[in-house]
Write a protein that binds this ligand. Structure first.
Ligand SMILES: Cc1cc2nc3c(=O)[nH]c(=O)nc-3n(C[C@H](O)[C@H](O)[C@H](O)COP(=O)(O)OP(=O)(O)OC[C@H]3O[C@@H](n4cnc5c(N)ncnc54)[C@H](O)[C@@H]3O)c2cc1C
Ligand code: FES
Length: 279
């Protein structure tokens, strides 16, 4: 754990902030002080986990870690400016301070899927948590099979991690397909919502599929995968709920008998179905 004291944020410094789109930024974050309470470091997390990020005077928000533990000395957060805390984060610059609690939640089953072929399907900023797993897999590529990445954004100016998508597409054993919702001047790639790319992976129904994005995207993507023959337990997704504590105490994220902050945010579709949750 980054911090063994539940509600005490640990001081962290923004080492670098990069604008990914007009409303979304990528923060490279480093702890301000070494932690005497335990042996935690910036890399002590698993892909799929999140942290509670606090900005003095604004509050706290759960944000997925978008880097891979294989990247040493910092961790990455990709934040879209949608409100009070994320708006306050948007005004921070290199060298500014924030608070970090966590990492929290379960994670993608990244060890259990060694040797398997994988499909990652992201919509919008949903690529952020997937990026952690994708980078981990690509940094350990000999341990994994083929990788296919499908990514959809509303428009070309909404594409996050464009340079990563390019780089991944040039990697052996990796195929990347990107789409935007509507035709746009200067865009020669695929057009249509991300489910229109599912044709590209019809043959891949034995692959493990990871799906992250807005609720409507998750709904139709899972439906498309099921129609194409995927087994429920081979579809892995994340659930997003309003959170306060992040540690199973306040009940804000309670859903179908589970706390999304500690039992999730990662669930297989078979788990979701068994809980009677509609996605
Ligand atoms: C596990 C988890 C991981 C997340 N990872 C990321 C990430 O990597 N990057 C990122 O930009 N955002 C992420 N989010 C969403 C982010 O936490 C919310 O957008 C954030 O809490 C908004 O805080 P705010 O104070 O800026 O907005 P507020 O001022 O609190 O709210 C702005 C608007 O967003 C709505 N909202 C707030 N929280 C949520 C939520 N959880 N789901 C749906 N709507 C919400 C509010 O109802 C309101 O309409 C994640 C959420 C969860 C639960
Ligand atoms: S956020 Fe408090 S119980 Fe999950």
């Amino acid at each position: 754990m980054f911090n063994s004291k539940l509600y005490i944020p640990r001081a962290a410094i923004i080492e670098n902030v990069k604008e990914l789109t007009y409303d979304t930024r990528l923060y490279k974050v480093k702890f301000k002080y070494g932690c005497k309470c335990d042996s935690s470091s910036e890399n002590d997390y698993r892909p799929g986990q999140f942290v509670q990020v606090s900005v003095l005077g604004a509050g706290e928000a759960p944000i997925s870690i978008c880097s891979s533990p294989t990247e040493k000395g910092y961790f990455g957060l990709c934040v879209r400016d949608t409100g009070l805390v994320t708006g306050a984060l948007a005004s921070l610059k290199n060298g500014d301070e924030l608070g970090i609690r966590g990492p929290y939640g379960n994670s993608f089953p990244i060890e259990e899927i060694r040797g398997q072929d994988l499909v990652f399907i992201g919509g919008g900023i949903g690529l952020a948590p997937l990026r952690s797993a994708i980078k981990y897999v690509l940094d350990n590529k000999p341990d994994y099979g083929d990788v296919i990445i499908l990514y959809g954004a509303r428009a070309k100016e909404d594409i996050v991690f464009a340079s990563d998508l390019d780089e991944w597409g040039r990697t052996e054993g990796v195929k990347v397909y990107t789409t935007i919702d509507e035709p746009q001047q200067g865009w020669t790639g695929h057009v249509g919502v991300v489910t229109t790319l599912l044709d590209k992976i019809k043959h891949a129904f034995k692959y493990k599929a990871f799906v992250c994005g807005p609720p409507i995207m998750i709904h139709f993507t899972i439906k498309g995968l099921m129609d194409a023959g995927w087994a429920q337990q081979d579809i892995i997704t994340t659930l997003e709920r309003h959170m306060k504590c992040g540690v199973g105490k306040c009940g804000h994220c309670y859903l179908g008998g589970k706390y999304v902050c500690i039992d999730g945010p990662v669930f297989t579709y078979s788990q979701i179905d068994a809980l009677g949750i509609e996605v």
